[in-house]
Design a binder for this molecule. Structure first.
Ligand SMILES: *Cc1c(COP(=O)(O)O)cnc(C)c1O
Length: 390
């Protein structure tokens, strides 16, 4: 139908298929190649053996809603009632879709920072809403927005601002000052914030993630979304959660119940275990990812890319122009034959692809030997037109 025209196969499917077909190293799609905490995996197995195999309650199993509530309180000082203010979803992806469908009338406008996670534009289109992009640009080695541009994007039909921090694909973790710009606008113009915080625990160099809901006047107008996938290295479990004021969460649940009704039971029980007992494991994951970040950024710099050092997430953003390339989509399609590596052209995450034509995203949530081999291969990348192999 018309509103989904233009949303073909996702770039991740295209690039992962390319990696499989060419036997290339896949630094495209962001999934870890090692497992999450063993006791959490065991909890999923025991949940199945113990009979957690029928429909759980629509809002989610009480153990997980309770664990999410405790986690929000302990980490951020945010109180959410497990009965009515927390909803379990099929990953953050369903949470985002259900939230936008629940809160936007056709024609309402949604602000999102481009480049953005690809499901945002599709969810906005499904709702018949209109996406208003605000561009993140490099400034002092990290990507950020111009507050005047954000302000100018708000109009009479603006309903909500989508805030993804730590940000995929740029690796930016919004500072308190940046979040304050967003919060001020939300309060002044009576907007909602929908926050995608799936990388909340994966920040580096001592940078701390700040949830927008902790800023003054924001809890009552924020739908806060996260999930187990990135935090516990179980991207295949698709177990997420929404926290917010009861009225907003009720609206999201009204939509969610007719999308999937409920989320799979065993993963919910295992995620509840993980939130309560595996945050030490997450701290070691974070340290490990930080050193992988350093490994890949050093290698990509040596190979000639301009590298933006991420403060969080699984991803490093690069500029390909120092290597003599100009179009990331053309380069990533060629990269398997040029170097035996797959990456993601960042331009596909823009409403205006020309603004991100020269950026390419690499994932570092991979084994060290995989990163090292990819770097070795990329170092042999030849400058176009020169035949120079460096
Ligand atoms: C991975 C990811 C998601 C999806 O999370 P799921 O829990 O797997 O649905 C959402 N937003 C961002 C920014 C992501 O990187």
């Amino acid at each position: 139908m018309a509103r989904m025209r233009g949303f073909g196969t996702t770039i991740f499917a295209e690039m992962s298929a390319l990696a499989a077909r060419t036997g290339s190293i896949n630094l495209g799609q962001g999934f870890p190649d090692t497992d999450g905490p063993p006791a959490m995996l065991e909890r999923a197995v025991s949940a199945i053996r113990e009979g957690a195999n029928q429909y759980p309650p629509g809002p989610g199993v009480p153990e997980l809603r309770q664990a999410v509530s405790e986690h929000r309180k302990d980490h951020y000082g945010l109180g959410y009632d497990p009965d009515g203010e927390i909803l379990v979803t099929v990953g953050a992806t369903e949470a985002i879709a259900a939230t936008i469908l629940a809160l936007c009338e056709p024609g309402d406008e949604v602000i999102a920072f481009e480049p953005y996670y690809d499901s945002y534009a599709a969810s906005v289109a499904l709702a018949g809403a209109v996406l208003r992009p605000v561009t993140l640009r490099p400034d002092g080695g990290r990507f950020t927005f111009d507050p005047a541009e954000l302000r100018a994007a708000v109009g009479p039909r603006t309903r909500l601002i989508l805030v993804n921090s730590p940000h995929n694909p740029t690796g930016t973790v919004f500072t308190r000052a940046e979040l304050e710009e967003i919060a001020t606008l939300c309060r002044e113009r009576d907007l909602l914030a929908v926050t995608d915080e799936v990388y909340e625990h994966l920040t580096f160099d001592g940078v701390e993630h700040i949830p927008a809901a902790t800023l003054p006047g924001m809890r009552e107008r924020t739908v806060m979304i996260s999930s187990a996938g990135k935090t516990f290295s179980v991207t295949g479990w698709k177990t997420g959660w929404v926290c917010g004021p009861a009225e907003l969460v009720r609206a999201v649940q009204t939509v969610k119940q007719f999308l999937t009704f409920t989320a799979a039971a065993p993963w919910q029980l295992a995620a509840a275990h993980a939130l309560r007992h595996e945050l030490g494991w997450v701290a070691s994951l974070r340290a490990d990812l930080e050193s992988k970040r350093d490994r890949l950024t050093a290698g990509l710099s040596a190979a000639g890319f301009e590298v933006y050092r991420p403060a969080g997430t699984y991803f490093v953003q690069t500029d390909i122009r120092p290597l003599g390339f100009t179009d990331g989509l053309a380069l990533t399609r060629e990269l398997p034959s040029l170097a035996g590596v797959v990456a993601i052209p960042t331009q596909v995450f823009y409403a205006r692809p020309e603004r991100g034509r020269h950026f390419v995203r690499f994932a570092f949530c991979k084994k060290n030997e995989v990163i090292d081999e990819a770097v070795t291969r990329l170092t042999r990348l030849t400058r176009p037109g020169t035949g120079d192999s460096r």
